[in-house]
Ligand binder design. Structure first.
Ligand SMILES: Cc1cc2nc3c(=O)[nH]c(=O)nc-3n(C[C@H](O)[C@H](O)[C@H](O)COP(=O)(O)OP(=O)(O)OC[C@H]3O[C@@H](n4cnc5c(N)ncnc54)[C@H](O)[C@@H]3O)c2cc1C
Length: 645
């Protein structure tokens, strides 16, 4: 008799893989009332961002961040909530606290069941639908059969889709396959390689390092294009080197154990070179942590209803079924990694415009009920080289989770969502309501009572008038002038120049002009009028309000991510709330001619705040937001107000 205990579980949406795409997908769906199971094969959530691997989360802010009040391209929604939470609650930059915050967010959702240390190993497909999957948890000798109406493969490696026989793309497509100028002339099976990061610490006494005999030997010429040992950038010893890359010429799934062994030999060999051969003054530095799990950049990419291509990104093609956006450069690496010392470790092909990611790139082409999000998205190798960064994966995850939740309510299968324009519209409006950004898409929510109000304020700045809380956009993305955002390639050179001179090179990625909706899109009170500052919404006839949603400014032009790199972190507001954000405020409602305080908030640092009342406030003639303090700025800023009954 088997010692394994069998379990049968069922849910609306099964999310497989708890990296940033899977976590955001599961949270989005669960918060919208979907019964979700999230299956993650590791002990912690976060995938490549977890304490096991420690990559920092980047996205559309690209290499040079944005510009205050004109280019705010940091992702909104759940990933912004996570970043703000981390910035305040993890000032010490602990990798383990990152894991815990993701765990806490998932545990807080009553509709979300989290299965850690559990691996999906098989899928049963009948009549074009996945019916259930088999998942194993060896640590407790349990096996689960999990049935669901919809499934989302967020495993990075595409294990669920592969088990369900979804066609996959691997390696690099040749130029002719999709008309891509950045693709190699001939296609091949090579991918981006994997990496093991390390962290070193400086001590008060010399810390010798004796390398084991199996480490690789390196010459200075191996690093002609791979700098190391410089402080003040992501090239520091405290963070390791993303360019310690290897395995792209092998199968990053099947050969993962071999890749790990070789990466350990390479990483320790480089550490040995730094410590004992480089001549750098690193005598007091010692290894503190080294990863044992290779961070995987690329493995399977699925063939979905649409394959995202270089041209979609370069031309910022507008998709009617957009559920997320991207903006990281097309970031290509030599598959040989450190074995190609005469090639730059990456080539950053700048994107002039932010671009749409359509739902159809997240839906299987040959099955009715499978979504995918994250690096296994339906994209060519070239497009994936931009979409793969984790804040973009997270935004796609939220888009897929939202689409699943609304499609379940509407009784529409994933394969048919994109062709239902009414459902697509409601998915996009829900995403906007939840503070996701969709290029050029205005808020248009018939249930929202705020647009029918007249808005005034105690004071306002030119360009930051009170009425802009109803401008239907919540950020500025028009960017600098076109000349400054001219396209260029190989930005790695610029990164080096930036490090050397301390100046950023002006390569910005803004919204395309035809969808940019220029403007500040927020109320900004007048600094001279000081705080408190008051924003008032007044209706011609009283309304019944039971929910007020506020979107505050959180400095979306800046970098914000948990990073082990000191220099990168120095460019953020880390360890504290963002200074633009309203900290203390109260909400007042005018009911029966009297102003009543209906909510008091102290110590806010989040961008999206929702306040609900169990019973609607029946006769609200006016609503007042009184800002009494910010987290640093000398005036109040509010990007949006929504009111629901
Ligand atoms: C060295 C390196 C540097 C990078 N640099 C950056 C960077 O600076 N910033 C950035 O944003 N991105 C960076 N990337 C890219 C980014 O990390 C990945 O593209 C990203 O992690 C993709 O997120 P994901 O959620 O799709 O997958 P992952 O992060 O891979 O998460 C998938 C999760 O699913 C789990 N899983 C897999 N199979 C199963 C299964 N069968 N059952 C259950 N769970 C399963 C995995 O264990 C994993 O935890 C880098 C990647 C690497 C490797």
């Amino acid at each position: 008799m088997s010692i394994i205990t069998e379990h049968s579980l069922a849910c609306d949406l099964l999310v497989v893989g708890g990296g940033m795409s899977g976590v955001c997908c599961a949270l989005a769906a669960a918060r919208l009332g979907t019964q979700v199971i999230l299956v993650q094969d590791r002990a912690m959530l976060g995938g490549n961002a977890s304490s096991e691997i420690r990559m920092h989360i980047v996205g559309a802010t690209g290499l040079h961040a944005g510009l205050p009040l004109s280019l705010e391209s940091r992702e909104g929604g759940i990933i912004e909530e996570i970043r703000l939470e981390l910035a305040v609650r993890n000032p010490q930059r602990s990798a383990a606290v990152f894991d815990l915050i993701l765990y806490e967010l998932c545990r807080a959702e009553p509709n979300l069941t989290l299965l850690l240390n559990t691996t999906v190993v098989g899928a049963r497909v009948e009549e074009g639908r996945i019916r259930d999957v088999v998942a194993e948890r060896p640590s407790t000798e349990d096996r689960f059969t999990i049935a669901a109406t919809m499934f989302a493969d967020c495993t990075g490696d595409g294990r669920l889709g592969a088990e369900a026989a979804v066609p996959v793309m691997r390696g690099r497509e040749g130029q002719a396959a999709f008309g891509e100028t950045l693709a190699p002339e001939e296609g091949d099976a090579k991918t981006l390689g994997s990496t093991i990061l390390f962290q070193a610490k400086q001590h008060h006494r010399p810390m010798p390092y004796v390398a084991p005999p199996w480490v690789r030997k390196f010459q200075p010429s191996d690093f002609a294009l791979r700098p190391f040992g410089k402080r003040g950038s992501d090239l520091g010893l405290e963070y390791g080197y993303w360019w310690i890359e290897w395995g792209g010429c092998l199968d990053t799934v099947k050969d993962n154990e071999r890749i790990r062994d070789e990466l350990l030999a390479i990483t320790l060999g480089i550490w040995n070179h730094i410590k004992n051969e480089s001549g750098l003054d690193v005598s007091h530095w010692a290894l503190d942590w080294i990863g044992m799990v290779p961070g995987k950049r690329e493995s399977r990419r699925f063939v979905g209803q649409h394959i995202l291509t270089e041209s979609d990104l370069m031309n910022s093609r507008a998709f009617p079924d957009a559920i997320a956006f991207g903006g990281w450069p097309i970031d290509l690496h030599p598959p040989e990694g450190v074995d190609a010392p005469t090639e730059a470790p990456c080539t950053q092909n700048h994107l002039r415009w932010l671009y749409d990611i359509p739902l159809r790139s997240c839906v299987a082409g040959n099955l009715e009920n499978l979504f995918f999000a994250g690096r296994n998205l339906s994209a060519t190798h070239i497009a994936f080289a931009s979409t793969r960064v984790m804040a973009t994966c997270a935004a796609v995850g939220q888009g897929v989770g939202t689409a699943a939740a609304l499609a379940l309510k509407a009784g529409v299968i994933p394969a048919e969502i994109a062709s239902s324009s009414e459902l697509m519209r409601s998915i996009q409006q829900r995403l906007l309501r939840d503070d996701a950004y969709l290029i050029g898409r205005p808020r248009a929510d018939a249930d929202d009572l705020a647009p029918s109000a007249v808005v005034t304020a105690s004071s306002e700045q030119a360009g930051g008038e009170a009425a802009l809380v109803l401008s239907a956009q919540t950020r500025a993305v028009h960017g600098p002038d076109v000349v400054a955002s001219a396209a260029a390639a190989n930005q790695w050179e610029n990164v080096l120049a930036e490090i050397a001179t301390g100046k950023a090179t002006a390569l910005y990625t803004s919204a395309p002009p035809d969808r940019a909706a220029p403007g500040l899109h927020r109320w900004m009170s007048e600094p001279a009028a000081r705080l408190p500052a008051t924003l008032e919404l007044r209706w011609a006839a009283p309304v019944a309000a039971s929910e007020v949603q506020l979107i505050f400014d959180t400095g979306l032009h800046r970098f914000l991510t948990l990073s082990q790199a000191d220099g990168y972190t120095a460019r953020m507001e880390w360890g504290r709330p963002q200074p633009e954000t309203v900290r203390d405020y109260r909400l007042e409602a005018k009911i029966g001619g009297e102003w009543r305080v209906i909510h008091n908030e102290v110590g806010n640092y989040q961008r999206r705040r929702v306040h609900r009342w169990a019973e609607p406030l029946p006769t609200v003639a006016a609503l007042r937001l009184v800002v009494t303090a910010t987290n640093g700025l000398d005036h109040a800023r509010v990007c949006e107000v929504r009111v629901y009954s």
